[in-house]
Design a protein around this ligand. Structure first.
Ligand code: ATP
Ligand code: MG
Length: 275
């Protein structure tokens, strides 16, 4: 019955095993596992406080877990800062959006990794290469098909919510080389704007970039996800797919009304079923 996890299964791009994170007496993670496979969109769903954000923050470098192990591309990792996670190719759009409203789009895209001018101007005087940042930022937005942004020098505070979200996702997509993590990217968005972000997620998958999408929006999850990780009480309660279960099942697992037998769980993609 039990098959050992070898050969025919793809190597996960990211794993977490037995992750524990407490905040004083509050338990954020209670032995959580997670697996993300190459090229897939993994949705993470669960009730408020189930530990979804805490889980992904371990991979974003925002939290160090108290216990447990994490791997990225087969290597053991432990990130102490968000910078370390970025260096490892993991880009996160946090639930509380981290853009600087007063800065323009290009500056936001390059926040924390500004391009310097070449030669002495850049290395000694730390002069920013604004022209190159603007050109490259425009190209990144173009690549992602965000045609609605008219002026790359526009301050982010003058953008619509959806455009702002697009900038945050563009930033992640431009720099993430291994994994893109999106924590509730559409929670504050309208229908059209949400559809746009969903399209971006689809585009990322099309480019072979694995995505972790945290969302409360069940129709959205069932539309875009290859697999669905259900988080409950600080741990992974089940992994299901839009093919194996419906939205009612998903909600029932989230609330504990339905439990999924370990043996039935779809822990890895079943061959070439996507697309
Ligand atoms: N920095 C923190 N300090 C104290 N408690 C925290 C902190 N971050 C998370 N928690 C607690 O850990 C638990 C899990 O929180 P988390 O934010 O991971 O939930 P979530 O699944 O993302 O919920 P939501 O759907 O509301 O975003 C909650 O009980 C929360 O109050
Ligand atoms: Mg959260």
């Amino acid at each position: 019955m039990t098959t050992t996890q070898t050969d025919d299964r793809p190597v996960p791009i990211l794993t977490g095993r037995g992750l524990v994170k407490t905040f004083g007496k509050v338990v954020g993670l209670n032995g959580a596992d997670i697996d993300l496979f190459p090229g897939e969109v993994l949705a993470v769903i669960g009730d408020n406080g189930a530990g979804k954000s805490t889980l992904i923050k371990c991979f974003s470098g925002a939290h160090a877990p108290d216990a447990g192990t994490m791997t990225v591309a087969g290597n053991d990792v432990l990130f102490r800062t968000t910078h370390e996670a970025r260096e490892a190719g993991i880009e996160t759009v946090f639930q509380t959006l981290a853009v600087s409203p007063a800065l323009d789009i290009a500056s936001n895209l390059y926040l924390g990794r500004e391009l310097r001018k070449s030669g002495v101007l850049g290395s000694v005087f730390r002069s920013l290469d604004k022209k190159r940042m603007r050109t490259e930022a425009a190209q990144h937005l173009q690549d992602l098909g965000i045609g609605t942004v008219q002026n790359i020098s526009q301050a982010v505070e003058t953008l619509s919510g959806g455009q702002r979200q697009a900038v945050a996702v563009a930033r992640a997509a431009a720099f993430g080389s291994q994994v893109i993590i999106l924590d509730e990217p559409t929670a504050a968005l309208g229908v059209r704007e949400s559809a746009r972000v969903l399209q971006l997620i689809d585009d990322l998958r099309g480019r072979g970039m694995p995505v972790i999408l945290i969302s409360h929006d069940m129709p959205q999850v069932f539309e875009v996800a290859d697999r669905i990780h259900v988080q409950r009480l600080g741990r992974r309660a089940a992994v299901i797919t839009p093919q194996s279960h419906n939205m009612n099942d998903a909600v029932a697992i989230m609330t504990g009304a339905l439990t999924v037998d370990e043996a039935d769980q779809t822990l890895a993609p079943m061959g070439a079923t996507s697309g």
